[in-house]
Design a protein around this ligand. Structure first.
Ligand code: ZN
Length: 279
C-alpha cells in the first residue's frame, strides 16, 4: 500500500514538472539586447530611406520600431553616464543597462506592449544581430563552412521583409528607390563574402580610405611647395637680401687696426744684407 502511494506521488510530481517545463517553453522570451540591435539598425539604416520619400512603414512591417514590445521601457531609460543607468518610472539607478533591464522586467512589466506588439529580435537572422553587436566573431570554420545556398535563402527572406514594409500606395520609383537602399544597407551583407562584416566597419573603412587619400594629397602638396615654389620664389631672393659678404678691403683694415697690432707682438726685423764687395 505504501509503495503504491509513493509511486503515485512520484508520477504526480513528474506530471507537474512536465507541465511546468512545457509552460516555460511555450512562453516566448524576447531578447532585449537583440531587439535593441534591430531597432538601432532600423533607425540608422532603414528609416532614413523611408523618410527621404516621406513614406511611413507599412502596418504589417515586421521591424516597425513603434510596435517594439520594449519600446516604452527603452523610452524611459536614462543613461547618465556609462556607469549609471536610471529608471524614469521610479528614479532608481543601476550600474549597468543589464540591471536596469532586469528591473524593468521585475517592477514595470505592465509597460511591456502586448497588443499588436512585435519582438524585433525575431528578425535577427536577417539583421545579423550577434555580428553587428559584436557578440559573435567568426572563427576559421565559420567562414570556411559558409554555404552560399543558405545565404541566398536569407537574402530572399530579407527582400520579403523589406517588401512587406513598403506601403502599396507608393509609386513604383519610390518603392524601387527605398528597396534598393534598404537591400544595400541590410540584405547585401547576406553573402558568405560579407556576412561577417558590419555596416559600421564599412563606414570605418570608407573613412580610412578618405583619410589616406587626404594625407597623400597633403604630403604631395607639401613636397610641391618645398621643391618648386619655395626654391623658385624664396631661396634666391632670401640669399640676396640677407647675405652681404663684407668687402675684402674692410677686412684688411680690420687686421691693421691698432687693437690687433697691440695684441700681436712686433716681429723682429732682419738685419740688412751686407754688400758683396766688402767680402
Ligand atoms: Zn523603476
Amino acid at each position: 500500500m505504501e509503495t503504491k502511494k509513493a509511486i503515485l506521488r512520484f508520477l504526480l510530481s513528474l506530471l507537474v514538472c512536465v507541465w511546468q517545463y512545457g509552460l516555460v517553453c511555450s512562453t516566448k522570451i524576447c531578447s532585449r539586447d537583440q531587439s535593441r540591435v534591430v531597432a538601432r539598425i532600423v533607425k540608422e539604416k532603414i528609416l532614413p530611406a523611408f523618410k527621404e520619400h516621406r513614406v511611413p512603414l507599412a502596418s504589417e512591417c515586421q521591424f516597425a520600431t513603434d510596435r517594439d514590445m520594449y519600446m516604452v521601457h527603452e523610452d524611459n531609460k536614462m543613461m547618465e553616464n556609462t556607469g549609471r543607468w536610471a529608471c524614469d518610472f521610479c528614479g532608481k539607478a543601476f550600474v549597468s543597462e543589464y540591471f536596469l533591464d532586469a528591473h524593468f522586467g521585475n517592477r514595470h512589466s505592465e509597460h511591456i506592449q502586448s497588443e499588436n506588439a512585435l519582438c524585433l529580435a525575431d528578425v535577427c537572422d536577417v539583421f545579423r544581430c550577434d555580428i553587428v553587436s559584436g557578440a559573435s566573431t567568426p572563427d576559421y570554420w565559420d567562414i570556411a563552412l559558409c554555404m552560399e545556398d543558405d545565404m541566398k535563402d536569407l537574402f530572399s527572406q530579407c527582400e520579403a521583409l523589406v517588401d512587406e514594409c513598403i506601403p502599396a500606395s507608393v509609386t513604383k520609383n519610390q518603392s524601387r528607390s527605398i528597396k534598393d537602399t534598404v537591400v544595400e544597407n541590410v540584405c547585401s551583407f547576406l553573402t558568405c563574402m560579407k556576412f561577417w562584416n558590419t555596416p559600421m566597419q564599412q563606414e570605418e573603412s570608407s573613412h580610412m580610405a578618405l583619410y589616406i587619400v587626404l594625407t597623400t594629397m597633403t604630403c604631395f602638396g607639401i613636397i610641391i611647395y618645398n621643391f618648386v615654389f619655395y626654391n623658385y620664389f624664396f631661396s634666391d631672393l632670401s640669399l640676396e637680401s640677407t647675405y652681404n659678404p663684407p668687402p675684402q678691403k674692410s677686412k684688411k683694415k680690420q687686421t691693421m687696426s691698432p687693437y690687433s697690432e697691440s695684441r700681436e707682438p712686433p716681429r723682429p726685423r732682419r738685419p740688412p744684407p751686407r754688400p758683396r764687395h766688402q767680402l
